[in-house]
Design a protein around this ligand. Structure first.
Ligand code: NAD
Length: 352
């Protein structure tokens, strides 16, 4: 099969890890006789440096014409002080909304063999960590009305958290469907004791629940969820939540599994198109040192292959990762090893 992939390497560790992901895809292409026609596309700080825009129109057009987008990470101190509408992260938001990617799926799975890397106590992680955060991606406070100004000599700023019932219904459906192919347990994380927007989420999810009688739906306030995630992550199967809460708790989830360098994500919509990226950022503190863990981008490629219908190739990579973790050699520093980024990838390539 031939696949057109738009590749946005981005900034910081982005280019380093994406190159590792592409090595893995190359090996898969050889083994399964696939062709990944990869087009490098500018995005984030790298695009600002060349065009002045974090997401040039040409980049969005190439992404739209592709079967999938593979993205490293964007941002970094170099672009921290530019006008907020031109910052690298705005390019990412524009990409998500421009491609209509309203669902962000963030699986958090603990590999048994590297559980020592988790900061949680052994008796907690031994119960298992295997859940998915279904985060709404194109609405809420990150896209709401915002303003900074001065009123009666006093500076103010606000950002609006607004959702309509249709936005909640479409992400809710995706969450119930995700629960149906897992353990049929769905937890909506919100702040319904304070926020009207959360109350609307509950109303719409309660209505949807009638179509999915097998799914056990529950609600949890976000402050409690933050605590429960470290107290007993095994209680979760599928979490559905808004854009901002999903952003925060999925970083927490990543740390539970050992390192933020481990977790992938897929941003999807109603069809089989998607954008695949690690949940971590551009890690400027370790960029250029060849020590970043490339697992998240490799796992993102696995998610991409699954959405493209290439289950066997996806499983091949996953099994290779498990073997490397089980062997416990050539792990990167964040997992307690001292391998470089490419040494770790080479180890994976041996098992593909
Ligand atoms: P970060 O995720 O980049 O880094 C947090 C910590 O995790 C750092 O100590 C970093 O070294 C470590 N880390 C991250 N990825 C790692 C990997 N693959 N292997 C080993 N360690 C890893 O978050 P941050 O420091 O808050 O943000 C840095 C920049 O990235 C900012 O400009 C931010 O806006 C941007 N950012 C981009 C994205 C994205 O592109 N999707 C997401 C989050 C943050």
């Amino acid at each position: 099969m031939d696949f057109k992939i738009a590749v946005i390497k981005g900034d910081g560790v982005g280019p380093e890890i994406v190159d590792e992901g592409l090595k893995v895809l190359d090996k898969i292409a050889q083994k399964y006789n696939h062709k990944f026609e990869c087009t490098n596309v500018l995005g984030g700080g790298a695009a600002i440096d060349v065009t002045g825009e974090p997401l040039p129109k040409e980049s969005l057009d190439i992404c739209k014409a592709s079967d999938a987008v593979l993205l490293g990470a964007v941002g970094g101190p170099k672009w921290d002080n530019i006008e907020s509408s031109k910052r690298p992260e705005k390019g990412l938001l524009a990409l998500r909304s421009g491609l209509g990617l309203f669902v962000n799926l963030r699986p958090a799975t603990m590999h048994e063999s590297i559980k020592e890397a988790s900061p949680l106590r052994a008796d907690i992680v031994e119960k298992g960590v295997d859940f998915v955060v279904v985060r709404e991606l194109t609405g809420g406070i990150y896209f709401g009305e915002r303003k900074t100004g001065v009123e009666n000599g006093v500076e103010f700023a606000y950002d609006v958290e607004k959702y309509d019932e249709n936005e909640i219904r479409r992400i809710g459906k995706k969450a119930f469907e995700t629960a149906m192919i897992r353990n049929k347990k769905l937890t909506c994380v919100d702040k319904a004791n304070v926020l009207d927007s959360s109350k609307l989420w509950r109303k719409v999810l309660n209505e949807l629940a009638k179509d999915y009688p097998e799914v056990e739906l529950s609600y949890m306030y976000v402050d409690n969820a933050a605590m429960q995630l470290v107290k007993d992550p095994s209680q979760f199967d599928v979490i559905v939540t808004n854009n901002i809460f999903g952003d925060i708790i999925s970083d927490e989830a990543s740390m539970i599994t050992g390192s933020i360098g481990m977790l992938p994500s897929a941003s999807v919509r109603g069809d089989d198109f998607g954008m695949y990226e690690p949940i971590h950022g551009s890690a400027p503190d370790i960029a250029g040192k060849n020590i970043a863990n490339p697992t998240a981008i490799i796992q993102s490629s696995v998610m991409m292959l699954r959405y493209l219908g290439e289950q066997e190739a996806a499983a091949k990579i996953e099994n290779a990762l498990v073997k490397v973790f089980e062997k416990g050699e050539n792990l990167t520093g964040d997992l307690g090893g001292n391998a470089t980024t490419d040494e770790f990838t080479n180890e994976i390539l041996k098992y593909i």
